[in-house]
Design a protein around this ligand. Structure first.
Ligand code: HEM
Length: 210
C-alpha cells in the first residue's frame, strides 16, 4: 500500500467516524433533536458506540474470510472512536441527564441493571484504549498486549446485554447487533480452533518416527 493510499484510507475513516457527531451537532443547532433532546442524544451516541464497536470487531474476521489485510489497519482508529463515543454517551448521561446529581446517578447505577452493565463496558474499554499505541504494545509485549485487548470481546457482550435489557420488549436493532456480534466472535473462535489444530498436526508430523 502506498503512502498516499494510506493517507486517503485513514482520512476517509476519520471523516466517517466523525460524521455521526457532526450530524448530531447539526441537528442540535437546527432544532432537529425531537421532543426529548437528551434522550435523542443519549440514544444516538449509544447507537454509534455500538456500531463502531461492531465495525472494529469485524475487521479481523473480514481478513480471515477474505484475506484482505488493509481493513485491519483501521482497527485501532475505529476502536478508539468507539471509546470516544462511549465517553460522550456517558457524559450526556452525567452532565445533561443527571447534572452531577451523584446520589441520583449512584441509585441509577445500582438499581438499573442495564446502567450497571453499560458502566462496566465503558470501564473495560479504558485499558485497551490507553494501551493502543505502538509504544505500549512494545512495553507490554505482544502476548500480554493481545490478551489485554481481548477485553474488547467482553465489552461487545456487555454492550449487547446493555441494549437488550434497556429495550425491555423486542427491539429488532438490539437483536440484530447481538446476532452480528455472535457471528463475528464465532468466526474468530473457529479461526483460533483451526490454527490450534493445524499447529498440533504439524507437531505430530514432526515427532512421528520416519
Ligand atoms: C460500551 C459502552 C456502551 C454502549 C455500546 C452503549 C450502547 C447503548 C445503546 C445501543 C443504547 C440504545 C439506543 C437506542 O435506544 O436507540 C443505549 C442507551 C442508553 N445507555 Fe448506553 N451504552 C454504553 C455505555 C453506557 C454507560 C456507561 C451508560 C451510563 C452509565 C449508559 C447509559 C445509557 C442510557 C441511560 C441509555 C438510554 C436508555 C433509555 O432510552 O431509556 N450507556 N446505550
Amino acid at each position: 500500500m502506498t503512502r498516499r493510499t494510506r493517507i486517503v484510507l485513514k482520512g476517509s475513516a476519520w471523516f466517517l467516524c466523525l460524521l455521526p457527531l457532526l450530524v448530531l451537532l447539526y441537528r442540535g443547532f437546527t432544532d432537529g433533536l425531537g421532543a426529548n433532546p437528551i434522550s435523542y442524544a443519549t440514544n444516538w451516541l449509544g447507537q454509534w458506540t455500538f456500531r463502531l464497536l461492531l465495525v472494529s470487531l469485524a475487521l479481523t474476521p473480514l481478513r480471515i474470510v477474505t484475506g484482505l489485510v488493509w481493513p485491519v489497519r483501521l482497527r485501532r482508529l475505529v476502536g478508539l472512536f468507539a471509546f470516544f463515543y462511549a465517553g460522550l454517551h456517558f457524559l450526556v448521561w452525567i452532565l445533561v441527564d443527571h447534572f452531577f446529581n451523584w446520589d441520583q446517578m449512584l441509585a441509577d447505577l445500582v438499581k438499573r441493571r442495564y446502567i450497571t452493565i453499560g458502566a462496566l463496558a465503558l470501564i473495560l474499554l479504558i485499558p485497551p484504549a490507553i494501551t493502543s499505541t505502538n509504544g505500549m504494545m512494545e512495553r507490554l509485549g505482544g502476548t500480554a498486549w493481545r490478551r489485554l485487548h481481548r477485553l474488547v470481546y467482553l465489552v461487545g457482550v456487555l454492550a449487547a446485554l446493555h441494549f437488550l435489557w434497556l429495550a425491555k420488549g423486542f427491539r429488532p436493532d438490539a437483536v440484530l447487533y447481538a446476532a452480528i456480534l455472535a457471528v463475528l466472535l464465532g468466526v474468530r473462535a473457529l479461526d483460533t480452533l483451526r490454527r490450534r489444530l493445524r499447529r498440533r498436526s504439524a507437531r505430530v508430523t514432526r515427532t512421528a518416527p520416519a
